[in-house]
Design a protein around this ligand. Structure first.
Ligand SMILES: [Zn+2]
Length: 344
């Protein structure tokens, strides 16, 4: 389904369905100017997404000779169909940091490096093998090493008279980028800011504190004049300042919950702690979670734990061959005085 969501400049939204995925759909935006069109993100590399995407592009009757693709971040639901564009000679732009994840190491190597973190933090090895076959991010990823133009923070994407700036907003991924139209005060927020779901913040190898990165990216976006933001999933436009406030409150609450779990279950692994915090998984008990959901829950728990390690409120040590967590005296003090964890 394709609809116009803005005029002057003309912006269209193609809804690309994401089957069997809680995200529901990807909003692919198409920004049209007399000089050039820009398509933002693609959908998974699977036939259902390809059909939705290309039907939408055909409905818009775009001149593909004057069209470019921008990829907000490396996740497969945003990059999966990149080769459809490469094979048609359409230029592809992508943030330099996330692009490096496709060019510096093989996808297998990248997953291995993440799995090492998960196992070290207590994720059961047998569940690891099971989740590998269920994770859509792996099943529908693009082939790596595609040609793309690397984009840096505040770089202009050539769009004729229209100013389109790419801004580096690390957190959801290390190289996530949003697109900002300063004259029109419009923002394509990718997965940095979503309106009816909370962007997943996980841990990455080579990134010491992705949650801290995410929160400071939010604060940099909050400082910009923005009248409307177009997010990459589901509900397609909204008040960015109200949403940033809600996201900050959400992370402050969750951080307190993780700190309380470390206090109530000292000497637990990250995996055990993940089982002691609440998840909105349709009322399922932790043990009944499908392994790929445990994988996501674990990533999110680790993001909070790494943030709290950095703050100095918890510490980590090896006990009986396992990495486990405890509160520091600073952490106890914080709990007793109910200070704000997150101040940006
Ligand atoms: Zn994403």
């Amino acid at each position: 389904m394709t609809e116009q969501v803005w005029s002057n400049p003309d912006i269209y939204r193609i809804q690309v369905g994401l089957p069997q995925n809680p995200l529901g759909n990807l909003n692919v935006y198409v920004l049209c100017t007399p000089e050039r069109n820009l398509i933002i993100d693609t959908g998974f590399c699977r036939p259902e997404c390809r059909a939705d995407l290309w039907q939408g592009i055909e409905e818009l009757n775009l001149d593909l000779g004057r069209t470019a693709l921008f990829l907000t971040h490396l996740h497969s639901d945003h990059t999966g169909l990149v080769w459809d564009f490469v094979s048609r000679g359409i230029p592809v732009y992508m943030g330099r940091v996330d692009l490096a994840y496709f060019t510096d190491a093989s996808p297998a190597k990248r997953w291995e490096q993440l799995e090492e973190i998960w196992v070290r933090e207590g994720f059961p090895a047998d569940q690891m093998t099971r989740q590998t076959g269920e994770n859509q991010a792996r099943l529908y990823a693009p082939q790596p090493y595609f040609p793309a133009i690397p984009v840096d923070n505040w770089e202009k994407i050539p769009m004729g008279k229209l100013t389109v700036l790419a801004l580096h907003t690390p957190g959801h991924t290390p190289g996530h980028m949003v697109l900002y139209l300063p004259e029109e005060r419009l923002l394509f927020s990718g997965d940095h800011i979503l309106f009816d779901i909370t962007p997943n913040i996980s841990v990455w190898y080579q990134v010491p504190n992705s949650l801290k990165d995410y929160l400071s990216s939010l604060s940099r976006i909050r400082a910009l004049p923005i009248q409307t933001a177009f997010p990459a999933h589901r509900f397609y436009k909204g008040d960015v300042y109200q949403r940033i406030k809600e996201l900050l409150e959400h992370h402050a609450r969750r951080m307190d919950e993780v700190l309380a779990a470390v206090d109530d279950h000292p000497g637990s692994t990250a995996y055990e702690l993940a089982g002691n915090i609440t998840w909105s998984a349709r009322g399922l008990e932790w043990e009944a979670f499908p392994p790929h959901q445990k994988w996501f829950a674990m990533g999110e728990t680790l993001a909070y734990l790494y943030f709290l390690l950095d703050t100095g409120w918890i510490f980590r040590q090896t006990e009986d061959g396992k990495l486990v967590y405890h509160l520091t005296s600073g952490g106890v003090n914080h709990k007793n005085h109910k200070q704000e964890v997150i101040q940006i």
